[in-house]
Write a protein that binds this ligand. Sequence first.
Ligand code: WT7
Length: 653
Amino acid sequence: MSDSPNPLPFESFMNPGLGKYARVYRESIDNPEKFYSDAGWILDWYSKWDSIIDKSGEPYYRWYVNGKLNLSYNAVDRHANGIRRNKAAYIWVDEKGNEKIVTYRGLYKRVNALAKALLEMGIRKGDRIAIYLPMIIEEPVAMLAAARIGAVFTVIFSGFGAEAIADRVNDCGAKLMITADGGFRRGKIIPLKETVDRALELTKTVESVIVVKHTGNEINMTEGRDYWYHDIIREKDYVEPERMDSNDPLFILYTSGTTGKPKGVVHGNGGYGVWVTNTLKWAFDPQESDRWWCAADIGWITGHSYIVFAPLILGLTSILYEGSFDYPTPDQIWKIISYYEVDILYTSPTAIRALMKYGDEYPKNHNLSSLRVLGSVGEPINPVAWEWYYEKIGNSQCPVIDTYWQTETGGFVISPAIGIGVAPLKPGSATLPLPGIEPVIIDQSGKEAENGEKGFLFLKRPWPGLMIGLNKDDQKYRSLYFGKMSNAYFTGDYAVKDKDGYFWLLGRADEVLKVSGHRIGTIEVEDALLSTGLVAEAGVFGKTHQVKGESIVSFLVLGSGTSLDSAVDTIKNGIRRNFGSLLVPDEIHIVGSLPKTRSGKIMRRIIKAVYQDQIPGDVTTLESEASVEEIKEAIDKFKKELKASGNSRQRSQ
Ligand code: WT7
C-alpha cells in the first residue's frame, strides 16, 4: 500500500490481489524516470538514451532520447543466436489444416534474406514500403526486414480494395510493394496481385513489386516491375541491422477518423518497442513455454503489436492462422486450440458473439483445458459475451483480459494486468489503467466527471507507446488528439468510471463506427458511396448489431440516370471492388431527398433519429448548424420521404 498523500481511486477497495499492481502503478506515476528506465531495459540497445522523455515539442513527445536500437535485432537476432534458436517463433496453420513451423533461427534467416533483397532493390533507411499480404509467414518477415534496414513499412489489410490501397500508397509515397499471388479465405482464393495491379494504375511512386507465390493461381507479372519473392532471395544472406534512433519512424498504419481520408498513424522504434513488450507482459503474463494466439489480422494494430513485435521480442511461440474461425466447420477455432494446446487466446467480442451463436456444443466437444488466460479487444465486450467466454471457453478458470487501446496508443492502456497482480475482474469493464497511464473522464462542460457519470475519455500524461505523429498532418494531430484539453490526449471514446475506479468503455464519441471491431468512419463510407458515380447524396450512420456490435446503415439519393432496379447491387459491388467489403453498408435505403441544413450539410443524426423512431423532445441537440424550425421541418419532410419510398423502420435490404 502506498503512503502517498493522495490515495489512488482503487486503493479504497484494496485487497491482497491488488497490492502489487497498486505499488507498480504508484511508482510509475510518482517516479516515471525510474519506472521507464527499468521498462526500457526490456529491449537491447546499441547505445543508451540520454534522457527518458523530451517534452519540448509538446504535444509531440520523444522517448528514450538518442537511444539507438533495432527492433528486428530485438525480435529475431537475440533469440536466433541463443538458447531459443530452435524454438518455434510461429506455428502457421491454415483452414485446410496445413501447418508450417518457423523457428527463431529460421525467421532470422528469412528476415536477413529479404532485407538484403530490399537493399539490392534500392530501398534505404527512411524509404517507405507497402505490404499487402495474407496471413502468411512472409508478412512478419516483410515487416521485420523493413525494420532491419530502417525502411518505414505500411501494412495494408488484405481485405482492402484497389482505391483503398492507392490512397495509402499515395499518402506515404511507398517505393515498393510486397504482395502475394493470392490468399485463401473460406475455401476461395482472394486475388491479391490483381488488386495490386489495379491499385498501381492509380499511383506513381511504386517502382517494384515483390510477389510471394502462395496460392499458385495465374497472375500477370509486369516485366521490370514485378519480381517473384523466391527469385530474389538467397538463403545465406546477412544484413547488419541499421542503428535506428529511438524516435525514427518504424511504421505507418492507416486508421479511420472523422474525415473521409484515413489517417496515417506513425509509430517510432524505441518507445513503441518498450510499450508493446511491457504491456504484453503486464496484461497477460505469458510464460516461456506458452503458445500464444493473438487471433487478429496483422493488417491491424493488434497484429503489429501482439502478433509481430511484442511476442517475438519476448521470444514467445505464436500461432499464425490464415483463415476464418468457423470454416470449414463452426468449431474450427476450438479444433485449433485443442490440437495446438493453446495457452492464451486473444480475440474480439464480435468473434466471441458469433461463436456463441453456434451454440455451446461446439466448444464442449473439444478439449480446451490448455487455456489459461483469455483476452478481448476492439470494442466493448458486453457482460453476456464476457460471461460465456469466461464460463464456456475458460471453464470459469481463466481471467478475461479486456484490453482497451487504439491504433494511436501503440499498445494496451486500460486492461487487467495479471503480470503485476491480478485485479478482481468485472464482466464488461476493461478495469484499471496500466502503469504510466492516467485516464480522466471529462463531462460536456469540460469538468472532470463524477464517478458513475458518462464523459469523454482523455489520457493525461504521455506514455512511450503513443504515436510519434500523423503522416504529413501536423494540424490534425494537434487538433484531433490534443485540441480539446491542453496536453491531454483525447481518445475519441465515451467512458465512465465506477466507484471502485474501474473504467467502462462506452463506444465512440465521434463519427467513427466499430463494425466487427473494425474502425470505420461514416464519412469514409459516404465518400465510397459517392465515388461509385451512382449516388448523388449519402447519409451514413451506425446501428446496434447483435453480433457485429454496430452495422452500417445508409440512406441514398441516386444520381440521375441510375436505374433503381440494379442500383443496390451495383453500388455494393463497386464499393467491394474498390475499397473492400468492410466499407459495404449493411443496409441501403433509397430515398428522393435527404434532410439538409440551409448551408447544405446532410443532417445525419436526423436521418438516424427518424429511422429509429427516436426523435427527442428537444431537437436542438440533434444538429448544431440549424435552427429548431429548420430541424422540425427537416424531420417532417424526411418522415414523409420514408413513407413514400416504402422504407419503414424495420425494412432493410
Ligand atoms: C477503438 C480503437 C485496439 C486494437 C484494435 C482496435 C475501441 C478497442 C476496446 C475495448 C472497448 C475498445 C475504442 C477505441 N476499443 N478496444 N477493450 N473496450 N472499446 O484499434 O481500430 O484503433 O480502434 O476501438 O472505441 O477507440 P482501433
